[in-house]
Design a protein around this ligand. Structure first.
Ligand SMILES: Cc1cc2nc3c(=O)[nH]c(=O)nc-3n(C[C@H](O)[C@H](O)[C@H](O)COP(=O)(O)OP(=O)(O)OC[C@H]3O[C@@H](n4cnc5c(N)ncnc54)[C@H](O)[C@@H]3O)c2cc1C
Length: 381
């Protein structure tokens, strides 16, 4: 049984503890799923999570808009990631893909949320481009006003849920000013003519991922989220909410790696005694436990700070994401080591964790970018 003592920390309320218990029971009964067809697996996971009511925290309720509860998002991602990385991915994208609509959408745009919160539609967040990943302000895709429409032209890449999403939140250059101040955000339905999958991208821990082409895609002016030129600010506000949740997913992977390692070193007999009797092994277990708890403190500190009404948690979220993802990589690497040959056996749980964790140190701001953010925040710049 994983360590659940963190749920008694003062960051949480009883409703969080209830949610964690219900979700844990659901995960034990329903996860992991078969990953052999990731598109189909993701669609089924979204439908199942939606039916069980677990997608509701991913977006605001259009009928009763309340701020997103970041602690619930983090507990959910941690729990799902501990059971099945693809389930965490399916949940996370329903939030990231609709974050701009939750925070800045019109009532008409928010109609999508009834569908994404119930698992009847999948969503995606389309920010990155071939020449602008970390350097978001350098984006090239254009949105040109044409009468009552905007015309979107260009490419997006690395788009999670690309090809299976029903709705995309797309960022494009509208040109009010150079750089970050000339970008706007749009809601684009996947069936809009001119939007197509240019390439499916295969990564070490497979999930639906694509490069998308926008060949003169016409959207009505009502698809604009917020005001023209506010796209960069909108994207950063969305990441401000969801960045801590990436740390939470990493925490879930790390906690699973620790649990698997504890069981392994207890059961495995070497030199006539359990592996745990070796002091260097005890040192590994101690390092792993410490990294897990320190990550949890940073993740839930960031989530609690946001839920307590802080307008921005840039510093806290960057620390949580950087520390939890980098340390999860270390924890999982130790787990692989403690499992010996089984640690690299394809299909073994720690082998899959080893592949799952890597991308989290790259997307939603690479680790190096988080360090730049933390340094600037620390210097008050
Ligand atoms: C599995 C996966 C899923 C993704 N899903 C999405 C998605 O759904 N939507 C979306 O829009 N994008 C998505 N991305 C894209 C992701 O956000 C980018 O890959 C990321 O921002 C890095 O951009 P890049 O790949 O162009 O690398 P680059 O920007 O070329 O950066 C390469 C490396 O340079 C270093 N670096 C960059 N900037 C700095 C700096 N300021 N200081 C020091 N070092 C620096 C870092 O080590 C970085 O990893 C996804 C990526 C992956 C791998």
């Amino acid at each position: 049984m994983p360590d659940r003592s963190f749920l008694s920390w003062p960051f949480f309320e009883d409703r969080h503890r209830d949610h964690a218990e219900r979700l844990e029971a659901w995960c034990a009964a329903n996860l992991p799923v078969d990953h052999s067809d990731v598109d189909s697996a993701c669609r089924k996971l979204v439908a199942a999570l939606g039916d069980a009511g677990f997608l509701k925290p991913t977006a605001i309720d259009p009928a009763d808009p309340q701020p997103l509860d970041v602690r619930t998002l983090c507990i959910t991602r941690e729990t799902l990631a501990r059971h099945d990385g693809l389930a965490d991915f399916a949940f996370a994208m329903q939030g990231l893909g609709t974050g701009a609509i939750s925070l800045f959408g019109t009532p008409e745009q928010r109609q999508w949320l009834d569908k994404t919160r119930s698992g009847r539609a999948l969503s995606a967040f389309a920010l990155s481009e071939p020449r602008s990943g970390s350097d978001v302000a350098n984006m090239e895709m254009t949105a040109t006003r044409d009468g009552d429409d905007y015309v979107l032209s260009g490419e997006k890449t690395w788009i999670s849920n690309g090809g299976i999403a029903d709705v995309y939140c797309v960022f494009a250059r509208t040109g009010e000013a150079p750089g970050a101040k000339g970008i706007s955000a749009f809601v684009v339905s996947a069936d809009t003519p001119g939007l197509r999958v240019a390439e499916r991208i295969d990564v070490v821990a497979p999930h639906p991922l694509a490069r998308l082409a926008f060949d003169d895609v016409h959207v009505p002016a009502s698809a604009l989220i917020g005001k023209p030129g506010e796209g960069f600010r909108i994207a950063m506000s969305v990441l401000d909410v969801f960045r801590s949740t990436v740390g939470a997913a990493a925490l879930g992977f790390a906690r699973r790696a620790l649990d698997e390692s504890v069981a392994r070193v207890r059961d495995r007999q070497l030199f006539g005694a359990p592996l745990f009797d070796l002091q260097m092994v005890q040192g590994h277990i101690a390092d792993m436990a410490l990294d897990v708890d320190a990550s949890a403190l940073l993740v839930y500190r960031a989530a609690w700070t946001k839920d307590s009404g802080a307008p921005r948690v840039t510093r806290e979220a960057a620390m949580a994401k950087l520390y939890a993802t980098d340390q999860a990589q270390q924890v999982i690497d130790k787990a692989v080591q403690l499992h010996g040959g089984d640690g690299v056996r394809r299909g073994h749980i720690v082998e899959s964790l080893y592949r799952e964790i890597r991308a989290l140190r790259i997307y939603e701001g690479a680790s190096d970018v988080q360090k730049v953010i933390i340094a600037r925040q620390t210097m008050g710049a």
